[in-house]
Structure formats: C-alpha cells, structure tokens
Ligand binder design. Structure first.
Ligand code: SAM
Length: 271
C-alpha cells in the first residue's frame, strides 16, 4: 500500500519516466536552500535509477542520510571515471555535446569542464529539476524531452553525442528510434558513444532483478553484439566499434563490465 502510494506520487505517468512531474521544480524551489539538497537526494532515491546500491549491503549500519551521501559520492566518482577514461579522448574545448538520458547530470557536469557546451536531455521533468539543483554549470543546458522524438534539437547540432545507462532500459523498437534521433543530431564528422549491456537477450524478461526493477518502471534489457550493430546501422550510423569498457579503462560500476559502441554518422544517411 505504501509502495503503491509512493509509486503513484513519484513513479511517473509513463514508462521510463520516473519523477516526470511538473511539481518537482517548484517544490524544490520552495524549500529553504539548506534543505533543498537533502530533498533532492530523497526524491532521486525513491527509485534505483540512480542510487542503485542504496538497498544493498554496500553501506552496512549507516544512517539513511549517510547512505544517500554515499550514493551521491559514488555517482560523482563513477561518472568522473566515465568522463576521464571513456570520453576524454574524444572531447575538445570547441565541442557541442549531447548527453541523452542525463539523469541527475553527474556525467554532464564532468564533461562540461572539457567542452564548449553540453545539452543534457532526460525524459523526466523532475529528474531535470534535480540535475539543475545538483549539477548546474554555466555551459550546461538541461532539457526535458517529453516528446516522442528529439524534435527540440535540430539536425547536425553536435560534435559528440553520448548515452550511458539508458539503452539497457529501452525496448528494441525504442532503442532503434532513439539511436536514429541521436545520429540525426550528430554533425557529419561527429562521434557517438553509447553504452549497452551485452548478454543473452532471451534472459532479459525473465531475470528476477528485471521483475524487481520493473516495479519502478525500470526494465533491464540485454542486447546481443550483432543486434547492437544492426540497430546502429538501421539508425544511420557507420564505422561502428563495440568494445568492452574494461578494455578501455576501469569504471567502478556495472558499466565497467559492459560495452560501449563508438560510431559515426553514415555519409549515406539511414539505411
Ligand atoms: C539509469 S539512468 C542513467 C542516468 C545517466 N545517464 C547516468 O549515467 O548517470 C537512465 C536515465 O534515462 C532516462 N531516459 C529513459 N528513457 C529516456 C528517453 N526516451 N529520453 C530521455 N531520457 C530517457 C531516465 O529518465 C533516466 O534518467
């Protein structure tokens, strides 16, 4: 009953849109500044989207407040690792960059210190409000993309588009659609980097963790290598390279044992 009420209040009205409510930004603004950060963490912590180890044995005997601070630090550290070890070789101070499914903006904040500007989009208005609270920056624009496409962004706008911990939560047809949107926004000479969880796809719907995550509308889908390549080609990408992240650098997160796809925009457009 408590769970049902909590999910109704925070879960979001659509799949994959945790905390997608217009009231979150004004609610945060109405809270005195010293309490705002704590409220932001508590809102984000209502789902395992971002603070995935909060209910594990990772923080034995610690207070709820200390657990949330620990998860905040873990997000900062792991997203700094993703920036420094996976993305940095592709970053340049003149670049415009797109972060797709930015969540609370930890990665966008790190990347913003190396490039000209970052546009960070997320499907959830509430999560975007939390990102502005925790990870604001002078050259970051946070946007809620609630439309069924990235129509709020023009063609060929970005030198680099990237997405971490997002495609594993999307169904195949959604993944194909959003990849083609990412390719559309990429400049012809630009680079894309998207993280995927590679594994036997037939296991995805039957895993216990999936059912547990599904209570939060957070599906977990494994992809096959060939499937990722095919989805990217269908989306209009070329020069696709799929690598184990651990072969590039250590990331102290699930992503560290998964894959990242590098690609460019195909000269001939979508196949
Ligand atoms: C597990 S979080 C990862 C957040 C961030 N990329 C990171 O690595 O810290 C997945 C995010 O993807 C967002 N998301 C899911 N579907 C989306 C879509 N179609 N468009 C934009 N964001 C989406 C969710 O709202 C959520 O914030």
């Amino acid at each position: 009953m408590t769970w049902q009420l909590g999910r109704t209040l925070l879960g979001g009205s659509r799949r994959q849109a945790f905390l997608d409510y217009a009231w979150v930004a004004p609610a945060l603004a109405a809270v005195p500044k010293p309490l705002r950060r704590s409220l932001t963490l508590r809102l984000l912590a209502a789902s395992p989207h971002y603070f995935g180890r909060q209910w594990t044995s990772h923080y034995p005997g610690l207070s709820r407040r200390a657990v949330l601070e620990g998860e905040l630090d873990r997000n900062r550290v792991t997203r700094a690792q993703i920036c420094d070890r996976l993305l940095l070789p592709y970053l340049h101070p003149t670049m415009s960059v797109l972060d797709f499914g930015c969540g609370p903006g930890f990665l966008a904040k790190c990347v913003s210190t190396h490039v000209h500007d970052v546009v960070a989009v997320d499907i959830s208005r509430g999560v975007i409000a939390c990102a502005r609270e925790l990870n604001d920056g002078p050259n970051i624009v946070y946007l809620a993309n609630r439309d069924p496409d990235l129509g709020l962004l023009g063609d060929s706008m970005f030198d680099l588009v990237y997405s971490f911990a997002v495609f594993q939560h999307l169904e195949r047809d959604q993944a194909r659609h959003w990849l083609s949107e990412l390719v559309r926004t990429l400049r012809p000479e630009g680079v894309g980097l998207c993280h995927f969880a590679i594994g036997p796809p037939e296991l995805s719907p039957t895993l216990d963790p999936s059912r547990w995550l599904d209570r939060y509308r957070l599906r977990f889908n494994f992809y096959a290598m060939d499937e990722v390549r095919r989805l990217l080609v269908e989306a209009g990408a070329s020069e696709i390279e799929l690598r184990l992240t651990s072969d590039i650098g250590t990331i102290d997160d699930d992503i560290g044992a998964q894959h990242v796809a590098m690609f460019r925009r195909s000269a001939s457009g979508r196949s």
